[in-house]
Design a protein around this ligand. Structure first.
Ligand code: SF4
Ligand code: SF4
Length: 367
Protein backbone atom coordinates (compact mmCIF):
# COMPACT_ATOMS: atom_id res chain seq x y z
CA UNK A 1 0.00 0.00 0.00
CA UNK A 2 2.71 2.46 1.07
CA UNK A 3 4.85 1.37 -1.86
CA UNK A 4 2.00 1.99 -4.29
CA UNK A 5 1.42 5.43 -2.77
CA UNK A 6 5.13 6.24 -3.00
CA UNK A 7 4.93 5.57 -6.73
CA UNK A 8 1.68 7.37 -7.33
CA UNK A 9 2.17 10.58 -5.36
CA UNK A 10 4.95 11.96 -7.59
CA UNK A 11 2.78 11.13 -10.63
CA UNK A 12 -0.22 12.95 -9.15
CA UNK A 13 1.97 15.93 -8.31
CA UNK A 14 3.41 16.02 -11.82
CA UNK A 15 -0.06 15.87 -13.34
CA UNK A 16 -1.44 18.55 -11.02
CA UNK A 17 1.51 20.81 -11.86
CA UNK A 18 0.97 20.25 -15.60
CA UNK A 19 -2.77 21.00 -15.34
CA UNK A 20 -2.12 24.10 -13.23
CA UNK A 21 0.43 25.51 -15.66
CA UNK A 22 -1.85 24.72 -18.62
CA UNK A 23 -4.72 26.50 -16.89
CA UNK A 24 -2.55 29.53 -16.12
CA UNK A 25 -1.28 29.58 -19.73
CA UNK A 26 -4.84 29.55 -21.12
CA UNK A 27 -6.10 32.26 -18.71
CA UNK A 28 -3.10 34.46 -19.50
CA UNK A 29 -3.90 34.38 -23.24
CA UNK A 30 -7.59 35.00 -22.56
CA UNK A 31 -6.63 38.18 -20.70
CA UNK A 32 -4.31 39.25 -23.53
CA UNK A 33 -7.12 38.69 -26.06
CA UNK A 34 -9.59 40.71 -24.02
CA UNK A 35 -7.13 43.62 -23.93
CA UNK A 36 -6.45 43.30 -27.67
CA UNK A 37 -10.14 43.36 -28.71
CA UNK A 38 -10.36 47.03 -29.88
CA UNK A 39 -7.17 46.65 -31.90
CA UNK A 40 -8.43 43.41 -33.51
CA UNK A 41 -11.76 45.08 -34.44
CA UNK A 42 -9.90 47.96 -36.05
CA UNK A 43 -7.71 45.57 -38.08
CA UNK A 44 -10.77 43.61 -39.17
CA UNK A 45 -12.65 46.70 -40.40
CA UNK A 46 -9.54 47.98 -42.20
CA UNK A 47 -9.21 44.64 -44.05
CA UNK A 48 -12.89 44.69 -45.07
CA UNK A 49 -12.48 48.26 -46.33
CA UNK A 50 -9.47 47.12 -48.42
CA UNK A 51 -11.62 44.37 -49.98
CA UNK A 52 -14.51 46.77 -50.63
CA UNK A 53 -12.09 49.27 -52.15
CA UNK A 54 -10.92 46.79 -54.79
CA UNK A 55 -13.79 46.89 -57.41
CA UNK A 56 -12.68 47.62 -60.99
CA UNK A 57 -15.67 48.72 -63.10
CA UNK A 58 -15.51 47.57 -66.73
CA UNK A 59 -12.73 45.02 -66.06
CA UNK A 60 -13.29 41.30 -66.72
CA UNK A 61 -10.44 39.03 -65.65
CA UNK A 62 -9.50 36.45 -68.30
CA UNK A 63 -9.82 32.97 -66.77
CA UNK A 64 -7.17 31.41 -69.02
CA UNK A 65 -4.66 34.04 -67.92
CA UNK A 66 -5.67 33.50 -64.29
CA UNK A 67 -5.13 29.74 -64.63
CA UNK A 68 -1.72 30.40 -66.17
CA UNK A 69 -0.69 32.67 -63.26
CA UNK A 70 -1.81 29.98 -60.82
CA UNK A 71 0.19 27.28 -62.68
CA UNK A 72 3.29 29.49 -62.83
CA UNK A 73 3.04 30.37 -59.15
CA UNK A 74 2.87 26.74 -57.96
CA UNK A 75 6.12 25.17 -56.72
CA UNK A 76 7.47 22.91 -59.51
CA UNK A 77 6.04 19.39 -59.41
CA UNK A 78 3.74 20.04 -56.45
CA UNK A 79 0.07 19.27 -57.21
CA UNK A 80 -2.64 21.82 -56.40
CA UNK A 81 -6.32 22.43 -57.00
CA UNK A 82 -7.86 25.85 -57.64
CA UNK A 83 -11.43 27.04 -58.18
CA UNK A 84 -12.91 30.47 -58.91
CA UNK A 85 -16.41 31.35 -57.77
CA UNK A 86 -18.50 34.52 -57.94
CA UNK A 87 -18.36 36.24 -54.53
CA UNK A 88 -22.18 36.32 -54.26
CA UNK A 89 -22.50 32.55 -54.75
CA UNK A 90 -19.70 31.83 -52.29
CA UNK A 91 -21.36 34.07 -49.66
CA UNK A 92 -24.65 32.19 -50.06
CA UNK A 93 -23.14 28.75 -49.28
CA UNK A 94 -23.88 27.29 -45.79
CA UNK A 95 -25.81 30.41 -44.82
CA UNK A 96 -26.43 29.35 -41.21
CA UNK A 97 -23.24 30.53 -39.65
CA UNK A 98 -21.45 33.62 -38.38
CA UNK A 99 -20.03 36.39 -40.55
CA UNK A 100 -16.82 36.38 -38.56
CA UNK A 101 -15.04 34.31 -35.93
CA UNK A 102 -12.66 35.36 -33.22
CA UNK A 103 -9.55 33.20 -33.27
CA UNK A 104 -8.49 31.62 -29.98
CA UNK A 105 -4.90 31.81 -31.11
CA UNK A 106 -2.55 34.32 -29.40
CA UNK A 107 -4.07 37.85 -29.76
CA UNK A 108 -7.31 36.44 -31.23
CA UNK A 109 -7.67 37.91 -34.71
CA UNK A 110 -11.19 38.55 -35.97
CA UNK A 111 -11.51 36.61 -39.20
CA UNK A 112 -14.10 36.80 -42.00
CA UNK A 113 -15.92 33.64 -42.92
CA UNK A 114 -16.93 33.24 -46.58
CA UNK A 115 -20.29 34.90 -45.69
CA UNK A 116 -18.59 38.24 -45.01
CA UNK A 117 -16.31 38.51 -48.05
CA UNK A 118 -17.48 41.45 -50.16
CA UNK A 119 -15.34 40.66 -53.25
CA UNK A 120 -16.73 40.26 -56.75
CA UNK A 121 -14.90 36.94 -57.31
CA UNK A 122 -12.78 34.65 -55.14
CA UNK A 123 -10.00 32.28 -56.20
CA UNK A 124 -9.34 29.48 -53.67
CA UNK A 125 -6.20 27.33 -53.86
CA UNK A 126 -5.36 24.06 -52.10
CA UNK A 127 -1.68 23.10 -52.46
CA UNK A 128 -0.35 19.67 -51.56
CA UNK A 129 1.94 19.90 -48.53
CA UNK A 130 2.86 17.33 -45.92
CA UNK A 131 4.94 19.71 -43.82
CA UNK A 132 3.96 22.42 -41.36
CA UNK A 133 5.34 25.20 -43.56
CA UNK A 134 3.24 28.02 -45.05
CA UNK A 135 5.89 29.71 -47.18
CA UNK A 136 5.02 28.07 -50.51
CA UNK A 137 1.28 28.66 -50.39
CA UNK A 138 1.72 32.23 -49.13
CA UNK A 139 4.06 33.14 -51.98
CA UNK A 140 1.80 31.29 -54.43
CA UNK A 141 -1.22 33.47 -53.50
CA UNK A 142 0.94 36.59 -53.59
CA UNK A 143 2.37 35.70 -57.04
CA UNK A 144 -1.11 35.13 -58.51
CA UNK A 145 -2.31 38.48 -57.09
CA UNK A 146 0.70 40.23 -58.53
CA UNK A 147 0.02 38.67 -61.98
CA UNK A 148 -3.57 39.97 -61.88
CA UNK A 149 -2.51 43.39 -60.61
CA UNK A 150 0.15 43.65 -63.32
CA UNK A 151 -2.48 43.09 -66.02
CA UNK A 152 -5.51 44.91 -64.58
CA UNK A 153 -4.10 47.53 -62.23
CA UNK A 154 -2.90 47.61 -58.63
CA UNK A 155 -5.44 46.54 -56.05
CA UNK A 156 -7.54 44.39 -58.41
CA UNK A 157 -6.42 41.29 -56.51
CA UNK A 158 -5.49 40.86 -52.85
CA UNK A 159 -4.11 37.61 -51.47
CA UNK A 160 -5.00 36.69 -47.91
CA UNK A 161 -1.45 36.35 -46.59
CA UNK A 162 0.40 39.06 -48.51
CA UNK A 163 -2.35 41.67 -47.97
CA UNK A 164 -3.11 40.60 -44.36
CA UNK A 165 -6.78 39.83 -45.00
CA UNK A 166 -7.91 37.85 -41.93
CA UNK A 167 -10.17 35.03 -43.15
CA UNK A 168 -11.18 31.56 -42.02
CA UNK A 169 -9.54 29.75 -44.94
CA UNK A 170 -10.93 26.31 -44.11
CA UNK A 171 -14.51 27.62 -44.25
CA UNK A 172 -13.86 29.41 -47.54
CA UNK A 173 -12.33 26.27 -49.07
CA UNK A 174 -15.21 24.09 -47.81
CA UNK A 175 -17.77 26.54 -49.18
CA UNK A 176 -15.88 26.55 -52.50
CA UNK A 177 -16.25 22.75 -52.67
CA UNK A 178 -12.56 21.88 -52.31
CA UNK A 179 -13.19 19.59 -49.35
CA UNK A 180 -14.79 19.07 -45.96
CA UNK A 181 -13.94 19.46 -42.27
CA UNK A 182 -12.66 16.51 -40.21
CA UNK A 183 -13.37 15.68 -36.58
CA UNK A 184 -9.96 17.22 -35.83
CA UNK A 185 -11.46 20.57 -36.99
CA UNK A 186 -9.02 20.70 -39.92
CA UNK A 187 -9.76 21.11 -43.61
CA UNK A 188 -9.78 17.81 -45.51
CA UNK A 189 -9.05 18.45 -49.17
CA UNK A 190 -10.85 16.13 -51.59
CA UNK A 191 -7.52 15.67 -53.42
CA UNK A 192 -4.89 15.85 -50.68
CA UNK A 193 -6.62 14.95 -47.43
CA UNK A 194 -5.19 16.93 -44.51
CA UNK A 195 -1.88 17.29 -46.30
CA UNK A 196 -2.55 20.63 -47.89
CA UNK A 197 -2.23 24.36 -47.40
CA UNK A 198 -4.82 26.93 -48.40
CA UNK A 199 -4.83 30.40 -49.86
CA UNK A 200 -7.51 32.76 -51.20
CA UNK A 201 -7.11 35.57 -53.70
CA UNK A 202 -9.87 38.18 -53.60
CA UNK A 203 -10.68 39.69 -56.98
CA UNK A 204 -12.37 43.07 -57.44
CA UNK A 205 -13.77 42.21 -60.90
CA UNK A 206 -15.80 39.42 -62.54
CA UNK A 207 -13.93 36.53 -64.20
CA UNK A 208 -14.67 35.41 -67.78
CA UNK A 209 -15.41 31.82 -66.65
CA UNK A 210 -16.31 30.47 -63.23
CA UNK A 211 -16.30 26.95 -61.77
CA UNK A 212 -19.67 25.40 -60.97
CA UNK A 213 -20.89 26.34 -57.51
CA UNK A 214 -21.04 23.16 -55.38
CA UNK A 215 -24.43 22.01 -54.10
CA UNK A 216 -23.51 19.84 -51.08
CA UNK A 217 -25.14 20.81 -47.80
CA UNK A 218 -23.01 18.72 -45.41
CA UNK A 219 -19.57 20.03 -44.53
CA UNK A 220 -18.38 17.11 -42.36
CA UNK A 221 -15.93 14.43 -43.56
CA UNK A 222 -18.24 11.37 -43.75
CA UNK A 223 -15.52 8.89 -42.57
CA UNK A 224 -15.41 10.61 -39.17
CA UNK A 225 -18.86 9.23 -38.31
CA UNK A 226 -17.27 5.86 -37.44
CA UNK A 227 -13.81 6.95 -36.29
CA UNK A 228 -12.19 8.75 -33.36
CA UNK A 229 -8.49 8.11 -33.96
CA UNK A 230 -7.33 11.71 -34.22
CA UNK A 231 -9.20 12.72 -31.07
CA UNK A 232 -7.45 9.94 -29.16
CA UNK A 233 -4.05 10.79 -30.71
CA UNK A 234 -3.93 14.46 -29.68
CA UNK A 235 -1.68 14.62 -26.62
CA UNK A 236 -3.50 17.65 -25.20
CA UNK A 237 -7.13 16.92 -26.22
CA UNK A 238 -7.19 20.10 -28.29
CA UNK A 239 -10.30 19.25 -30.35
CA UNK A 240 -13.36 17.08 -30.52
CA UNK A 241 -16.51 16.86 -32.58
CA UNK A 242 -15.24 19.07 -35.45
CA UNK A 243 -14.39 21.98 -33.13
CA UNK A 244 -11.08 23.19 -31.69
CA UNK A 245 -11.52 23.47 -27.96
CA UNK A 246 -8.05 24.13 -26.57
CA UNK A 247 -5.98 26.07 -29.07
CA UNK A 248 -3.70 27.33 -26.31
CA UNK A 249 -2.74 23.81 -25.29
CA UNK A 250 -1.76 22.92 -28.87
CA UNK A 251 0.11 26.23 -29.22
CA UNK A 252 2.01 25.48 -26.07
CA UNK A 253 2.98 22.01 -27.17
CA UNK A 254 4.00 23.17 -30.63
CA UNK A 255 5.97 26.07 -29.17
CA UNK A 256 7.97 23.67 -27.04
CA UNK A 257 8.81 21.76 -30.23
CA UNK A 258 9.51 24.93 -32.20
CA UNK A 259 11.87 26.52 -29.73
CA UNK A 260 13.08 23.28 -28.20
CA UNK A 261 15.39 20.63 -29.55
CA UNK A 262 12.84 19.05 -31.88
CA UNK A 263 11.85 21.88 -34.13
CA UNK A 264 11.81 19.57 -37.15
CA UNK A 265 9.33 17.21 -35.57
CA UNK A 266 6.32 19.25 -34.62
CA UNK A 267 3.45 17.18 -33.32
CA UNK A 268 0.91 16.99 -36.20
CA UNK A 269 -0.55 13.78 -34.73
CA UNK A 270 -4.04 15.08 -35.62
CA UNK A 271 -2.98 14.80 -39.28
CA UNK A 272 -0.64 11.84 -39.34
CA UNK A 273 -3.00 9.53 -37.40
CA UNK A 274 -5.87 9.86 -39.86
CA UNK A 275 -6.07 6.66 -41.95
CA UNK A 276 -8.24 8.30 -44.60
CA UNK A 277 -5.81 11.15 -45.12
CA UNK A 278 -2.86 8.72 -45.13
CA UNK A 279 -4.53 6.68 -47.88
CA UNK A 280 -4.97 9.84 -49.95
CA UNK A 281 -1.32 10.72 -49.29
CA UNK A 282 -0.19 7.30 -50.57
CA UNK A 283 -2.25 7.78 -53.75
CA UNK A 284 -0.76 11.23 -54.41
CA UNK A 285 2.76 9.92 -53.73
CA UNK A 286 2.19 7.10 -56.21
CA UNK A 287 1.26 9.75 -58.76
CA UNK A 288 4.56 11.54 -58.09
CA UNK A 289 3.77 14.09 -55.38
CA UNK A 290 7.13 15.06 -53.86
CA UNK A 291 8.49 13.22 -50.83
CA UNK A 292 9.71 15.17 -47.88
CA UNK A 293 13.28 16.26 -48.37
CA UNK A 294 15.83 18.21 -46.43
CA UNK A 295 14.56 21.63 -47.51
CA UNK A 296 10.95 20.71 -46.73
CA UNK A 297 11.60 20.84 -43.04
CA UNK A 298 10.09 23.79 -41.24
CA UNK A 299 13.38 24.53 -39.55
CA UNK A 300 15.53 24.44 -42.66
CA UNK A 301 13.05 26.37 -44.76
CA UNK A 302 12.67 28.97 -42.08
CA UNK A 303 16.45 29.35 -41.96
CA UNK A 304 16.54 30.15 -45.66
CA UNK A 305 13.58 32.54 -45.48
CA UNK A 306 14.97 34.29 -42.43
CA UNK A 307 18.48 34.49 -43.80
CA UNK A 308 17.24 36.48 -46.76
CA UNK A 309 14.84 38.64 -44.78
CA UNK A 310 17.13 39.16 -41.77
CA UNK A 311 14.33 38.37 -39.38
CA UNK A 312 15.15 38.05 -35.69
CA UNK A 313 13.88 34.48 -35.67
CA UNK A 314 17.02 33.55 -37.61
CA UNK A 315 18.99 34.41 -34.48
CA UNK A 316 16.53 32.43 -32.36
CA UNK A 317 17.17 29.52 -34.73
CA UNK A 318 20.94 29.92 -34.40
CA UNK A 319 20.79 30.11 -30.61
CA UNK A 320 18.42 27.20 -30.46
CA UNK A 321 20.63 25.08 -32.68
CA UNK A 322 23.73 25.80 -30.64
CA UNK A 323 22.11 25.73 -27.25
CA UNK A 324 19.90 22.70 -27.61
CA UNK A 325 21.43 20.92 -30.58
CA UNK A 326 19.10 19.07 -32.87
CA UNK A 327 18.73 15.54 -31.63
CA UNK A 328 16.78 13.09 -33.68
CA UNK A 329 13.82 11.31 -32.10
CA UNK A 330 14.78 8.24 -30.17
CA UNK A 331 18.20 9.64 -29.25
CA UNK A 332 18.97 10.89 -25.80
CA UNK A 333 18.63 14.67 -25.64
CA UNK A 334 20.01 15.24 -22.16
CA UNK A 335 23.39 16.21 -23.52
CA UNK A 336 24.09 19.52 -25.17
CA UNK A 337 26.12 19.34 -28.32
CA UNK A 338 29.36 21.06 -29.02
CA UNK A 339 29.46 23.81 -31.67
CA UNK A 340 30.75 21.61 -34.49
CA UNK A 341 28.32 18.80 -33.80
CA UNK A 342 25.35 21.18 -33.44
CA UNK A 343 26.12 22.85 -36.74
CA UNK A 344 26.70 19.62 -38.65
CA UNK A 345 23.56 17.96 -37.26
CA UNK A 346 21.50 21.07 -38.01
CA UNK A 347 22.25 20.74 -41.72
CA UNK A 348 21.84 16.99 -41.89
CA UNK A 349 18.57 16.65 -39.99
CA UNK A 350 15.83 15.40 -42.31
CA UNK A 351 12.46 13.95 -41.52
CA UNK A 352 11.95 10.31 -42.33
CA UNK A 353 8.77 8.26 -42.61
CA UNK A 354 9.50 6.94 -39.16
CA UNK A 355 9.56 10.37 -37.60
CA UNK A 356 6.75 11.92 -39.59
CA UNK A 357 4.25 9.52 -38.09
CA UNK A 358 4.70 11.24 -34.79
CA UNK A 359 7.77 10.82 -32.65
CA UNK A 360 5.54 11.59 -29.69
CA UNK A 361 3.43 8.49 -30.30
CA UNK A 362 6.53 6.39 -30.92
CA UNK A 363 7.97 7.52 -27.60
CA UNK A 364 4.64 6.71 -25.91
CA UNK A 365 4.73 3.19 -27.32
CA UNK A 366 8.29 2.63 -26.08
CA UNK A 367 7.35 3.57 -22.51
S1 SF4 B 1 -8.78 10.12 -37.80
FE1 SF4 B 1 -10.91 9.43 -38.06
S2 SF4 B 1 -12.14 10.92 -36.92
FE2 SF4 B 1 -10.15 11.84 -37.26
S3 SF4 B 1 -10.35 13.02 -39.16
FE3 SF4 B 1 -9.58 10.98 -39.74
S4 SF4 B 1 -11.44 9.80 -40.22
FE4 SF4 B 1 -12.09 11.61 -39.04
S1 SF4 C 1 -0.71 19.35 -33.49
FE1 SF4 C 1 -0.70 17.81 -31.84
S2 SF4 C 1 -1.32 18.98 -30.01
FE2 SF4 C 1 -1.91 20.21 -31.77
S3 SF4 C 1 -4.05 19.65 -32.21
FE3 SF4 C 1 -2.72 18.33 -33.51
S4 SF4 C 1 -2.43 16.46 -32.29
FE4 SF4 C 1 -3.18 18.04 -30.88
Amino acid sequence: MLDALRHRVPQWLRRTRAHASNFAWARQWQAVRAAATPWMKQEYEAARARLRGAPRPGVVIDRDALDRWVRNAAPPGVPFEAVVLPGGELRARFPDGPMERRSQHLLGKLRMTHRAIPSESVLVIALFSDVAADYFIETMGADVASGVNGAYGDGTALSDAASSIPVVLKEIATAAGLGTIGKNALFFSRRFGFNCKLSAVFLGAPVSRYDATPKNTDWKLPDCATCNLCVEACPVGAFDDYVIKKVESCDRLIASDYFGPRRDHMCRACITRCPVSNDVLKLRRREGAPQRAFWDNEAQLSLVADLFMYRPSFWVWMLQRFYYGADMPGRSSDRKKGFAEALSSSVSTATSDRTRDGWRLLAKKQR
